[in-house]
Design a protein around this ligand. Structure first.
Ligand code: HEC
Ligand code: HEC
Length: 579
């Protein structure tokens, strides 16, 4: 007892001590508390989560998955129509160019007080959906009924709509399970309420539970489940995946009416879905259904009742069995957000990259890091002071196993007024694993290369609100620090080997312009203002991964990799039967 008190005093006396850097292999993957009150088969839960994460049918347009923005080392890798500016004017459907980065450029990047060559509040985000209002689902069809809303002129050219773009850069879903809270501002609560990201801070309808022959409402509450809180955000968000006004029971009814991953090829060698992939076709074998997968994963009391309810979960007197229309719902349809959140958490909890050269070095292989990388590691921990915030095995104070004191920090990326983040322009300290593959960087996506990021820190940040201290750095030290950051890449991520393998995916890669600034109508009768787009395919990858590495963001800006030397060169034509 005495020694416990003693240790407590020591840690108070040294409040800023960084967590020592170490291998991620020995850090237990955080588990939601009380998961077994919901789930009966963890492997079945992962199968469901992986299918849902990659399924393009989940978006209201029947073409947008979680993976649409998280397909490249867990982040995005598109360059057309990824730019927006929440406070200033911007060109819709712009192409990201090397010459735009960094968004704030100084004549002398080593000092903040140097003359400003350009400065922009723009964000390199991710293309989401066209702005539309939800009308209803059509069971059996992936595309929902909707109508255009014309109140977002910033995302139109000449009256034609483009997909809207998120106001923050897309962080990686890999290793996100270690974050106590997710999103740049931490708004995905560690407590999952079964309905929305806000945890205990919001009222949630709870789940319908079948007990003693009756259907009763019970609150949902699981701690250590930020990824579940996160996952229930984007899917109903009218910028990311949804037409405005879509509801959970409608989404549940739609997904249960569709063959899983029907539009996409799945490798027979997929580490999770391979055994149930449809041989020589798209989707999973005909015995698979989302309802079947839910039944395999979750306790019967969450889906077994025959009672029907309305959209608010109120029992429809005298109605059981098959719903008559899209306003009647089964128990499983109503409980869909619980299935969605917990299964996506379980799948993303398998996306742990703990076998980088750095991990091997920590485990006792001195040859795993080059001498230059070891010099960079030393600089990272000393003069660079990077480890005060990016410490521990996860390289972020925002993780469970670190103390969390510097989980959210203001570092002066942008002035406080533009995006308050978690308050006073503080944002979640990013984990730095696989950072080589996930550019552009920062919540605004305003830095294209790790060299630019390191320059940013050496000059003490771009705005004084960060309170970062500038440091001196020779060009040798800078190269060493960047070389060290590249030792945090796990080759399984670089080559998309299991567990980072995945089904085929088509993503929208910008809108067609007949000449600069002139869009082409998509020719849709239902959505006359939709402009035509380019769709590119990412091929299905099995457990053994790709032959070539993922392309980096600087390589994307340089147009590299079209010769087949890089995966995700974004040139393969989409052949999926898009709805
Ligand atoms: C349209 C693009 C888009 C889609 C689709 C999308 N995301 Fe994201 N994702 C983002 C952006 C942008 C952020 C950062 C938003 C913020 O912090 O405000 C984010 C954040 C996250 C994070 C938090 C990571 C961290 O370190 O904080 C996770 C995990 C994640 N998304 C998983 C998912 C899942 C699961 C889905 C599907 C349910 C999904 N995303 C759909 C763009 C997207
Ligand atoms: C005071 C805490 C703090 C220190 C010290 C710090 N960082 Fe950061 N780091 C952050 C925060 C917070 C973010 C997210 C900032 C944002 O996007 O607004 C971040 C983001 C990053 C990113 C971008 C991550 C991404 O996915 O976009 C990189 C790379 C990075 N830091 C590297 C470093 C290096 C290298 C050092 C040392 C030279 C360092 N950091 C020092 C807190 C810190």
């Amino acid at each position: 007892m005495r020694s416990v008190v003693f240790l407590g005093v020591i840690s108070l006396a040294a409040p800023l001590a960084a967590q020592p850097l170490r291998s991620l292999k020995n850090v237990p993957v955080p588990e939601p508390a009380g998961l077994s009150d919901y789930v009966r088969d963890r492997q079945a839960l992962i199968v469901l989560g992986k299918a849902l994460f990659w399924d393009m049918q989940a978006g209201s347009d029947g073409r947008t998955a979680c993976a649409t923005c998280h397909f490249h080392a867990g982040a995005d890798h598109r360059s057309r129509n990824q730019l927006m500016d929440p406070v200033g004017e911007f060109t819709p459907n712009a192409l990201l160019l090397d010459s735009m980065f960094p968004f704030r450029a100084l004549a002398d990047p080593s000092t903040r007080n140097s003359s400003i060559l350009r400065d922009s509040a723009a964000r390199a985000g991710s293309s989401g959906l066209f702005r539309r209002r939800f009308l209803d689902i059509v069971p059996g069809e992936a595309a929902e009924r909707g109508e255009e809303i014309l109140d977002a002129p910033a995302f139109t050219i000449g009256g034609m709509q483009v997909r809207r773009v998120t106001a923050r850069n897309t962080p990686s879903s890999i290793n996100a399970v270690f974050n106590v809270r997710n999103f740049w501002d931490g708004r995905a609560s560690r407590v999952f309420n079964g309905f929305n990201p806000s945890g205990d801070g919001a009222s949630a309808p709870g789940a319908l539970v079948f007990k003693d022959g009756e259907l009763v409402r019970e609150p949902v509450r699981l701690d250590n489940a930020s990824l579940a809180s996160q996952a229930v955000g984007p899917v109903l968000d009218h910028l990311e995946m949804s037409y405005a006004g879509r509801t959970w029971p409608k989404l549940g009814k739609k997904m249960f009416s569709l063959p899983p991953l029907a539009l996409q090829q799945v490798s027979a060698d997929d580490s999770v879905l391979g055994p149930i992939a449809r041989a020589g076709g798209r989707g999973l074998d005909e015995r698979q259904s989302y309802l079947g997968m839910v039944r395999a994963a979750f306790l019967p009391k969450f889906w077994e009742s025959g009672f029907l309810v309305n959209e608010n979960g109120e029992i429809l007197a005298g109605r059981t069995g098959e719903p008559h229309d899209t306003s009647e719902f089964t128990q499983a349809e109503f409980n869909f957000p619980v299935f969605w959140g917990l299964s996506l958490l379980a799948y993303q909890a398998t996306l742990v990259s703990n076998d980088a050269p750095f991990d091997r070095f920590q485990e006792g292989d001195p040859g795993a890091l080059t001498q230059e990388q070891q010099d960079g590691l030393r600089f990272y921990q000393t003069a660079g002071r990077c480890s005060t915030c990016h410490g521990g095995a996860e390289f972020t104070a925002a993780s469970f196993s670190n103390n969390g004191r510097r989980a959210f920090q203001s570092t002066g990326v942008r002035p406080a007024g533009e995006d308050p983040g978690q308050g006073n322009a503080s944002f979640k300290t990013s984990g730095l694993r696989n950072i080589e593959l996930t550019g552009p960087y920062f919540h605004n996506g305003g830095q294209a290369t790790l060299e630019q990021v390191v320059d940013f820190y050496a000059r003490g940040g771009d705005f004084a609100n960060g309170g970062l201290r500038a440091f001196n750095m020779t060009s040798t030290q800078k190269s060493a620090l960047v070389a060290f950051l590249k030792s945090l890449t796990d080759d399984r991520v670089r080559f998309e080997r299991a567990p980072f393998d995945h089904p085929e995916l088509c993503v929208p890669a910008g809108h067609v312009e007949s000449r600069p600034g002139v869009l082409v109508p998509a020719g849709s009768e239902l959505f006359p203002r939709a402009s035509a787009e380019r769709w590119v395919a990412l091929e299905a990858v099995g457990a053994s991964g790709n032959q070539v590495p993922l392309r980096t963001f600087p390589e994307l800006l340089a147009g590299a990799g079209g010769d087949g030397s890089r995966a995700h060169a974004m040139t393969a034509e989409c052949t999926a039967p898009l709805p």
